[in-house]
Design a protein around this ligand. Structure first.
Ligand SMILES: Nc1ncnc2c1ncn2[C@@H]1O[C@H](COP(=O)(O)OP(=O)(O)OP(=O)(O)O)[C@@H](O)[C@H]1O
Ligand SMILES: [Mg+2]
Length: 726
């Protein structure tokens, strides 16, 4: 079907023109199928379960546009990752010409973001969507279409429940709303469709051929055929990557850990170099310099990355600063970086020009379970990054075997295997207590019966429909679980019974988007803090009680330091030190809390990033993510303190600022200037510029002469100082 024909289905000419400008001509078969099945009639919800790269996003775009132009209202586009949110929002901006306003909302969880009321398409993550629901943002009632991208992630134990409950809540407040679920091929797409009362579109079609195979002993085995691999270097996996580079393509290699991703890129660079043109070498050199300058003090990882980039390879994982991640993605898209090694975070939904994807590790370490094999679904997601229509005319996805047996195993269990069925993970206790509280706190249920009624809209209950089969035992089990959860919430004063309603505490905790267990710890800690002398250690240790903040891993050699520091600060601690002999596990857990608190102490006392990374065995991205979580939790701590009239809120507020910027108290004034971080602020201070007044008095030349400042920043600082002192 030519895209011009979309006109007959209610898509205006201007939209078709925009699509033509983008190079679209014919619809892909799954897209055509969806439209012929009535997608644009706006009468049904839909679930699209089709292979990777088969153009699900365009289906969503047409659905949203049709709805917006026909009925007004708003569309919510929910993605699993912040990185994907920006890719999608960029994509959708092409429709701004039509007066359609696109916003991206992924930040602050304690806000109703009323500014979003002015936008038509809002791209967001499921956590953010859930937090907006908890704040009852009025514009949410105008949502007429919700797109759930990568809806199979309902299966994910960490993030699935939030997506599931968010969809249930949205349907609860907007019963007429239409849902479009975009899914990879899964075994039980029917179940998802039945849960959402949606029509199901299934297809196995893919625009670009994706050849899946296993590499073993110098050869690649596809189903039925095999081919020899050219010998360009000794290390087999590097060789596989080099082969496509030699043919003008790019390779993406998935590894299970950050460390192995890094070391792979470092090894591959030596060989990759000789495939670069002089022009490319020049550009890469320049990029590698920019990467080095992202952080004020480059760390070991920055240096490694910069080294790799200079020779045409790179690594990509959550430990990189987000700016560096973007630079790497961009350079890979531009075919400057030839070989990219990554952890599986890069597997979901992104469009990258990888002609060959190599999945070196098909198992990974999981705490409590040890080494586990990845599900077929996840393998398919990684494999699906190869052969994307914008970039390549075919793609290859390869697993790597070390023995003949393993080759056979991989063939049967991945290449030829069907992806598994997905299930709800909402019944996990910690998930349930958070979400049950939010349902009560937002007023969606005023009795246990209503709560049950609400939960009957979740995938958890839907899969066991008592009318079709007798799963009553199974349902009983979940009903009991719900009852227990409600009892717990009542006993701990988050809600009251008859009618079932939130207390002030319960409502605030739900809005703050923290685990009720975290809230209880904060409350208990602050009660004690009222009675004793406190210092920053008190609050930083209290912070580590939050379930949202994973404590740092305790190594044998950390024991001494943590013990010493704990006893040194014992008088300030808001919880008793557990007994080492009677509860050794608790004691060990306590020491890792102390280690985590010490990490923050070093940070706010301006120890260098390099020092902290080394001492705590972390990557730069870890510091950022810990600080982001701590910032939000300290805010929540402060808010809970307010609720219980905690008298020393100032101390927490100050600490929060110090954690956010990583500075001693004396720098707080300087740090309020945009463009001035911990390193620059310290340089200014050392030269005697200690306050905004000092900055205002100083001449631009004086300021510009300070290391790392320069004229541009000096000017900006002075302008701001004037503004602020006015
Ligand atoms: N009809 C079409 N003609 C040409 N190119 C298209 C068409 N539809 C989509 N594409 C292109 O195909 C690529 C893949 O599309 P998209 O990202 O929507 O895939 P997807 O199905 O969401 O895959 P994944 O499951 O990996 O997320 C995009 O670059 C998109 O621009
Ligand atoms: Mg997609």
């Amino acid at each position: 079907m030519h895209i011009a024909e979309l006109y007959d289905y209610g898509i205006p000419k201007q939209v078709i023109e925009i699509l033509e400008e983008q190079g679209y001509r014919e619809l892909y078969p799954p897209q055509e199928l969806a439209i012929k099945q009535g997608l644009l009639e706006l009468k049904n919800s839909f679930v699209i379960s089709v292979p990777t790269a088969s153009g699900k996003t365009l289906i969503a775009e047409l659905f949203m546009l049709r709805s917006l132009l026909e009925r007004g209202g708003k569309c919510l586009y929910i993605v699993p990752l912040k990185a994907l949110a920006s890719e999608k929002a960029e994509d959708f901006r092409k429709y701004e010409k039509l007066g359609i306003k696109v916003a991206i909302s992924t930040g602050d969880y304690d806000s109703s973001d009323s500014w979003l009321a002015d936008y038509d398409i809002i791209v967001t993550t499921s956590e953010k969507a859930d937090s907006l629901l908890r704040h009852s943002s009025p514009w949410l009632r105008e949502v007429k279409v919700v797109v759930a991208d990568e809806i199979h992630l309902i299966n994910d134990a960490k993030r699935g429940p939030t997506l599931e409950i968010t969809l249930a809540k949205l349907r609860h407040i907007n019963p007429e709303m239409l849902i479009l679920g975009l899914s990879a091929t899964i075994n039980n797409a029917e179940d998802i469709a039945s849960w959402l009362s949606a029509k199901l579109i299934k297809s196995n079609w893919r625009p670009v051929i994706l050849k899946e195979g296993v590499y073993y002993n110098g050869e690649i085995f596809f189903n039925g055929k095999s081919k020899k691999v050219e010998n360009l270097c000794k290390e087999e996996v590097v060789n596989l990557a080099l082969e496509v580079v030699n043919q003008g393509g790019q390779a993406l290699v998935f590894l299970s850990t950050r460390a192995s991703a890094e070391s792979f890129a470092l090894r591959a660079r030596k060989y990759c170099k000789k495939f670069l043109s002089e022009e490319e070498k020049k550009e890469l050199k320049e990029l590698s310099q920019r990467i080095l300058k992202v952080l004020a003090e480059p760390t070991r990882i920055c240096k490694r990355l910069s080294k790799c980039v200079e020779e045409g390879t790179a690594f990509h994982h959550a430990g990189l600063a987000s700016e560096q991640r973007k630079m790497i993605e961009h350079a890979f898209r531009e075919n400057k970086i030839k070989i990219l090694s990554a952890t599986p975070t890069l597997a979901a939904g992104v469009n990258l020009p990888a002609r060959r994807v190599i999945i070196r590790d098909y198992s990974r370490y999981e705490s409590e379970l040890g080494r586990v094999k990845i599900p077929v679904l996840e393998y398919k997601q990684m494999a699906g990054r190869a052969g994307r229509p914008k970039y390549d005319s075919y793609g290859e996805a390869l697993l790597v075997a070390k023995s003949y047996m393993e080759k056979e195993f991989l063939m049967d269990n991945y290449i030829l295997a069907e992806p598994e069925a997905i299930t709800s993970k909402l019944a996990i206790e910690s998930m349930l207590r958070t979400h049950v509280l939010s349902v009560i706190a937002t007023g969606y249920a005023h009795s246990f019966e209503e709560l049950l009624e609400f939960f009957s809209k979740t995938f958890l209950f839907n899969r066991f429909n008592p009318s079709t089969e007798d799963y009553s035992d199974y349902n009983d089990y979940y009903i009991e679980l719900l009852e227990k959860t409600v009892e717990f919430l009542i006993a701990r004063e988050f809600c009251v019974a008859n009618p079932l309603s939130p207390t002030k505490f319960g409502r605030r905790v739900s809005e703050l988007y923290i685990d009720p267990i975290t809230a209880l710890a904060f409350k208990e800690g602050l009660e004690r803090a009222k009675r004793i002398k406190t210092n920053e250690f008190s609050y930083l240790h209290l912070l580590t009680k939050a379930t949202e903040l994973k404590s740092l891993y305790l190594r044998k050699k950390d024991y001494d330091l943590c013990e010493t520091k704990a006893y040194e600060n014992e008088a300030y601690l808001l919880f008793d030190i557990p007994d080492e002999y009677f509860s050794p596990y608790k004691y060990e857990g306590f020491l890792s809390e102390i280690k985590t608190a010490l990490f923050f102490i070093d940070w706010i006392n301006e120890r260098s990033e390099e020092y902290i990374l080394e001492k705590y065995n972390l990557a730069p991205g870890d510091i950022r993510s810990k600080i982001e979580i701590a910032d939000w939790l300290l805010y929540a701590m402060q808010e809970i303190g307010k609720l219980f009239n905690y008298p020393k809120l100032e101390e927490i507020a100050k600490l929060r600022l110090r954690v956010k910027h990583g500075v001693k108290e004396e720098l707080l004034e300087l740090i309020s200037l945009r463009g001035v971080g911990r390193v620059r602020a310290r340089k200014l201070y050392a030269r005697g510029y200690k306050t905004l007044k000092d900055i205002r008095k100083a001449s631009i030349e004086e300021l510009a002469s300070i290391e790392l400042i320069g004229e541009k920043i000096a000017k900006r600082m002075k302008e701001q100082a004037y503004e602020k002192i006015k």
